[in-house]
Design a protein around this ligand. Sequence first.
Ligand SMILES: [Zn+2]
Length: 260
Amino acid sequence: MNEYQERYQQMIAVKGENFNTCFYCGCIATEFDYAPPKKYADFYIETRSEADFYQVPSCKECCTALKQEKSALVGERGDIAKRKIAKKYQKAIHVYQMWNEDEAQELDYNLQKCVQAGIELGRESSKRSQFPGFEFEVDGEKLKISNIPVKMITVFNKEFSDFRDALEFASLTYRVPKAKLKDLFSENNNSFEIAIESYHTKIDKNLSDKQLKKLCKTFSKAHKQNVDFVMRTVIYYMEQDNSLSIELALNKLYMERVSK
Ligand SMILES: [Zn+2]
């Protein structure tokens, strides 16, 4: 037994119909989720941060989905679990929202089976993602917890409930140094998308500035031209016609100014 086991109180459904039911999504509960997760129990005890310390009846899917979530509040964990269900099954939920059974009947056999399966899965997932929880008892006290909306942080189409996790993922996936990304995130309206894009646009620009200097220098040497004049003209050509590459602009310069 975990040394903190006694800290956690078991949530027991008040009504029989909710026995063995996942508190988060309403499926059959086969496991327990812990709010906070046991590995963070110390942290919440030492910092005296708000924490439920409940043992929550949970289905396997919700339990797995919440494994990395640090939240210590059942209401928040429930919100995260529901969001994850909605996201994981978004295609089926879309089919469920778009089609009704009668319309599906009119499709040819294969498509019909596909759409019907989508409707079925979508209906169930949609219901799970809106499950309101149930009344329960801990230590003889009757309670009802409502959903606590968690502000999710998105990195393109991935969602995170924790800033550190989002930063870690974004930095690794989009190759932006963490500290730089953190600054850009706050400079850009708390948006990872804009931060990442602005970083790469800047990198691209630095690369092409470097390239421009290098090519113009080589050109000036080869054709005995003033390097400032060459760069100024190349930039002018490229601004006039944005389909021109540096090479094409240099070629144009050669044709128009040098070879004559
Ligand atoms: Zn569940």
